[in-house]
Ligand binder design. Structure first.
Ligand SMILES: *Cc1c(COP(=O)(O)O)cnc(C)c1O
Ligand code: SF4
Length: 519
């Protein structure tokens, strides 16, 4: 017997100073039944249940097993039987005193999340009935047929670009309508009907609404845009290169939906462009002439905006370069317009992946964006490529609590997508400064995941400031009035990273909420 079992027996058989109410008739019968089952069956569970029950009665009522007519040697025989039966020779004391209470403590950590997630962060799968109703309404108002809805071309043809159309589909506050009108003079808005259907009507600051419909802040936020210095990182036409072994081809400036928090807001969506073959050839030549480049990321905009023929050609060209060993395609389309994933495109992905590993990198920011339709799209993609990875952006009111982020990471993992990065929202663009989240809030969220959800559902927390810089605490050197000092791991260089004040972040009156909440 080990020490846990000795402790258990000591606890059970030490007479209590005072007894509190005798065990009831039912309890006595239950103990009899368990004793019989424990003796007769070659199972561990009746033995465990018996000891757990005897322990509870001793604790709550002060009755020892002896008081109930059970002798110590009989129980000892059952304890030995338990250890004999168990393949890993776990003792009854180890199981009852240690394991059960450790598991119970762990369960309690998750209970709060389990209670809260369906209400605070429902997935699109859980909301599917409401989304379906919303879809029917949208189809009717826009005059879409089912076949329009089910095709990528139809989704783009009926994309919502005007405030008038948007407000015929969503009940927006009057002041919001005026503001969106004002903002869309300067910034483009486009939502596919499908993505619009994920917005829960009547929910202030709905997380899908916040990501897709611009608010007054976009033009009113003070501050100056610090555009990414293209000249610093673009050694050739369409190419961005921060790292020696990874290069990016920005293959288009188009997306199916334009995000309010887009890092490339200065370049994306002003005017739809797919570039000339000459531009792609020059980009490919640069890669061909630089044998250090091993991994090529085709992005945009959105790589799946490219027509199938062009995508096939680009991938074939890349696969034909000896030193290119892997590719990635960056796309949000499986989330915003999963109708794009036709069988020809899936075949193109599979053929390229057969030649050299291909990954798809996507951006899902809330569990609400995963519906049975996008889940199916990701399942299809994941069958054909090496990995589907998610790069989320940490956004105020959208995914900035542990419950929301755990739910996002679990939901995408259940949808064949691996959490990869969580980006702190960039400080370079005043347009979405109101969506930023303090670095410590992000650190707390990521750290809260350890020990609570599957390890491979925990993303890395990253700042983009001249490359991707890890935001875990040991990489933040210090705080200097309002900004952090981060260290670039590859050069040791220290960079200033402006942070957001906690009180600004806590203020609920922003975006759509500010139109309806009292001052
Ligand atoms: C994000 C990014 C990459 C890829 O970085 P990983 O850390 O390998 O995912 C490469 N080039 C540029 C310009 C990037 O922005
Ligand atoms: S999908 Fe990406 S590139 Fe396109 S608008 Fe959104 S964040 Fe920007």
């Amino acid at each position: 017997m080990d020490e846990f079992t000795r402790d258990l027996f000591r606890e059970l058989f030490t007479p209590a100073g005072e007894k509190a109410g005798a065990p009831g008739q039912e309890e006595v019968q239950a103990i009899k039944d368990l004793l019989k089952a424990a003796g007769e069956q070659d199972l561990t569970q009746p033995i465990v249940d018996l000891f757990a029950m005897l322990r509870r009665i001793r604790r709550e009522k002060g009755y020892t097993p002896a008081d109930l007519g059970i002798e110590e040697p009989d129980l000892m025989a059952l304890a030995e039987k338990h250890q004999e039966l168990d393949e890993h020779r776990v003792t009854i004391g180890g199981r009852v005193l240690r394991a059960l209470s450790i598991v119970q403590e762990a369960n309690e950590r998750a209970m709060d999340y389990m209670r809260r997630h369906p209400r605070e962060a429902p997935s699109g799968v859980e909301l599917w009935n409401s989304i379906r109703e919303h879809q029917e309404r949208i189809k009717k108002v826009l005059g879409m047929q089912q076949e329009d809805w089910d095709s990528f071309a139809g989704q783009l043809r009926y994309a919502i670009e005007s405030v008038a159309t948007l407000s015929s589909l969503l009940d927006l506050p009057e002041k919001a309508v005026a503001d969106i009108q004002r903002v869309t003079g300067q910034y483009r808005m486009r939502l596919t009907p499908y993505y619009t259907s994920l917005i829960m009507p009547g929910v202030l600051n709905d997380p899908v609404l916040l990501q897709s419909v611009p608010t007054g802040e976009m033009v009113d936020n003070v501050g100056e845009e610090i555009p990414p210095v293209a000249a610093d990182h673009s050694p050739a036409r369409l190419i961005d290169q921060f790292y020696p072994r990874v290069a990016t081809i920005k293959a288009t400036n188009m997306c199916a939906m334009y995000c309010t928090h887009c890092l490339r807001i200065a370049h994306i969506g002003k005017k739809d462009r797919i570039y000339s073959k000459n531009a792609y050839r020059e980009a490919l030549d640069y890669i061909r002439n630089n044998p250090g480049i091993r991994d090529v990321l085709v992005t945009g905009g959105d790589a799946f905006v490219l027509p199938n023929d062009l995508l096939r050609w680009l991938l074939e060209e890349l696969d034909g370069i000896e030193h290119v060993r892997l590719k990635r395609l960056g796309s949000r389309i499986p989330v915003t317009t999963p109708q794009r994933m036709d069988s020809e495109l899936l075949d193109i992905l599979e053929q390229s992946n057969d030649r050299k590993p291909l990954r798809v990198v996507t951006q899902i920011n809330t569990a609400q964006e995963i519906t049975p339709i996008s889940r199916e799209a990701f399942k299809q993609i994941s069958r054909r490529v090496s990995a589907v990875l998610n790069q989320a952006v940490l956004l105020r009111g959208i995914n900035d609590t542990p419950v929301k982020m755990w739910k996002l990471c679990e939901t995408i993992q259940e949808s064949h997508v691996r959490p990869y990065y969580v980006f702190n929202c960039s400080y370079r663009n005043p347009q979405f400064a109101h969506l930023r989240v303090p670095v410590t809030v992000g650190q707390d969220i990521i750290e809260s995941m350890y020990g609570n959800i599957s390890g491979d559902a925990i993303p890395r927390y990253i700042a983009t400031a001249g490359g991707k810089i890890p935001l875990h605490r040991s990489n933040v050197q210090r705080r200097e009035n309002g900004h952090l000092v981060l260290k670039k791991p590859w050069s040791g260089e220290e960079v200033k990273y402006p942070d957001v004040a906690e009180e600004d972040h806590a203020d609920q009156r922003f975006a759509f909420a500010k139109y309806t909440m009292p001052e």
